[in-house]
Design a protein around this ligand. Sequence first.
Ligand code: SF4
Length: 209
Amino acid sequence: MPDKQEVLFPLLNISRHRMGIDGRGVTTLVAGASCPLHCQWCINRDILKQNEYEPVSANDLYERVRGDDLYYRATGGGITFGGGESLLQAAFFAPFRDICGDAWRLCAETSLAVPRQLVELAEKTIDEFIVDCKDMDPEIYHAYTGGDQALMEDNLRFLLEKAGPERVVVRVPLIPDFNTEEAQQRSAGRLKELGVTRLDLFSYVRDRS
Ligand code: SF4
């Protein structure tokens, strides 16, 4: 049983042996529950609504993912925290790092739609941030996510300043029915002006099932 003071991670699922999808080398995606946004084409919407997850301690999680230790070390990979919104679990990252050590690369997939304190906390431990910015236009952003683009942009500015652009990948999606290729290019241009050097332009594939 975990200690009462221990920070627990709300585990939704673990996906092993990923290559080139969410960080360098071989990675294990560890997905956590809950998200402050309400993206229209969220593939996790039903899972997040059910809110069924398993609270695990840093040690519990380490025991479940340590079997791939050799892969992580050989390829420069490690653990990618996703979700939901991974930075809601920012207090978990340092205790997990204490157990897994420095050889594993820790990444966080995030929308940055969280309070600044969580970004500050995560920055102390996470090696690389994979930011899904949605769109830089406030109206498009709000229509698609229900959230506030200014919060995401403020947090991104902070992260670029504090962590440096080499630790930040920004993904810019083409979102069916919400933005256009022109809007995607405008977002990319705006992000470059902010100092982003690692951009990934891609398209959401809408699940029509
Ligand atoms: S940020 Fe991700 S998990 Fe959250 S609602 Fe949007 S697509 Fe879903």
